[in-house]
Design a protein around this ligand. Structure first.
Ligand SMILES: [Zn+2]
Length: 197
């Protein structure tokens, strides 16, 4: 139990609860479940938290230990709710905002691979993270496009507002919301792992 709590803090991924940790040679498999307070229906926009069944999803995350030779990969084996919208009856599976949409890796893993590509060829990065070099190359160009969008989003901002909001009621977990004060639009939501009190 102590160990699960330790890994939960270390990963710091919103709404992720760790059930057990399995150490295999060259990889760390984290069995976990994702449970948010509800998600917006992609069809009609109503917020629902009604679980129909659970799906399973495997995503690769950043290495969190490099003590062993060959840097073990971290795999999150997630139990993830399929929700049903009570307004339009649509079924959909939740998608944590820290997972790259439609991919089998986290956003921060993508960022890390992207940064590595600036220093070495795609083939070497691929060998390091156990990914096909073609996949690494695709990831690199997708990430490059995202970075350009991000830069454009901030380009015209003159006054920024920072608000702390609780994302789990009563749990004292906070996120920082960045707002463009002049245009009144939300720019970004950043994790804040510092807890109050
Ligand atoms: Zn709906």
């Amino acid at each position: 139990m102590q160990e699960e709590k330790f890994y939960e803090e270390l990963l710091g991924l919103a709404f992720l609860r760790i059930d057990s940790v399995e150490k295999q040679s060259g990889k760390l498999i984290i069995h976990c479940s994702y449970q948010s307070e509800g998600e917006r229906c992609p069809q009609c926009g109503s917020v629902t938290a009604v679980v129909n069944q659970y799906d399973h999803r495997q995503v690769c995350d950043l290495d969190i230990s490099d003590k062993q030779r060959g840097r073990p990969a971290v795999w999150l084996h997630m139990r993830i709710p399929q929700l049903v919208c009570h307004t339009c009856r649509r079924y959909f599976t939740e998608s944590p905002d820290w997972v790259q949409p439609g991919k089998s890796y986290t956003k921060r893993q993508a960022k890390w691979v992207f940064d590595m590509c600036a220093k070495q060829p795609f083939t070497e990065v691929g060998a390091l993270v156990d990914m096909n070099h073609k996949t690494v190359e695709r990831l690199y160009y997708q990430q490059a496009a995202l970075e350009v969008n991000l830069a454009q989003r901030y380009r015209d901002v003159r006054k920024i507002g920072i608000d702390e909001l609780a994302y789990r009621k009563g749990k004292q977990d906070y996120v920082c919301v960045l707002t463009d004060l002049e245009r009144g639009i939300q720019l970004d939501v950043l994790p804040n792992r510092k807890k109050r009190h």
